[in-house]
Design a protein around this ligand. Structure first.
Ligand code: FES
Length: 143
C-alpha cells in the first residue's frame, strides 16, 4: 500500500512540481538582446546604448531596462562593456572629456579598455559577448 501511495505521489507530483517550479526558471538564463544598428561610430569612440526586454520572474513578466557602453575598435570591431561597476554595482558613465568610465558612487574610474585606474574597483568592467546579425548588434545578457 505504501509503495502504491508513493508511486501515486510521484506520478501526480511531477506535473504539479513542473507547474509550480517552471515559471521561476526564466531568471538566470542568458539572453541575446538586440541593440539595433550601431553605425558611424569612429574608432576609439564610446556610445551608450539602452535596452529593454521582458523577463519572467515567477508568474510575473516584468520589463528589464538598462544600458551598455559600446566602443568602436575600428574596422567594424566593437567592444561592449557592461555599465555595471565591479565594485558595488552602480552604473558607470563614460566621460568623453576625460576619456574614462566613471562611477558616481565611490569615484571608481576605468580606462578606455575597461581596466580600473582609480578608486575602489579592482576588477575590469565586464566585456559582454556580442554578435552582429543583419547589421544589428546583439549582446548576451544574463537576466
Ligand atoms: S560602486 Fe562603483 S566605485 Fe563603488
Amino acid at each position: 500500500m505504501a509503495a502504491l501511495t508513493g508511486a501515486a505521489a510521484i506520478v501526480t507530483g511531477i506535473p504539479i512540481s513542473k507547474y509550480v517550479i517552471a515559471p521561476s526558471l526564466g531568471k538566470g538564463d542568458g539572453k541575446w538582446i538586440d541593440l539595433g544598428e550601431i553605425g558611424g561610430l569612429a574608432a576609439g569612440k564610446v556610445q551608450m546604448v539602452a535596452y529593454e526586454f521582458m523577463v519572467k520572474d515567477g508568474w510575473l513578466v516584468l520589463p528589464q531596462k538598462g544600458f551598455v557602453w559600446v566602443k568602436s575598435d575600428g574596422d567594424g570591431k566593437l567592444t561592449v562593456f557592461s555599465s555595471i561597476c565591479t565594485h558595488l554595482a552602480c552604473n558607470v558613465i563614460w566621460r568623453e572629456d576625460a576619456g574614462i568610465f566613471e562611477c558616481p558612487c565611490h569615484s571608481g574610474r576605468f580606462n578606455l579598455e575597461g581596466k580600473p585606474v582609480a578608486g575602489p574597483p579592482t576588477r575590469p568592467l565586464t566585456v559582454l559577448e556580442h554578435k552582429i546579425e543583419e547589421g544589428k548588434v546583439k549582446v548576451l545578457l544574463t537576466v
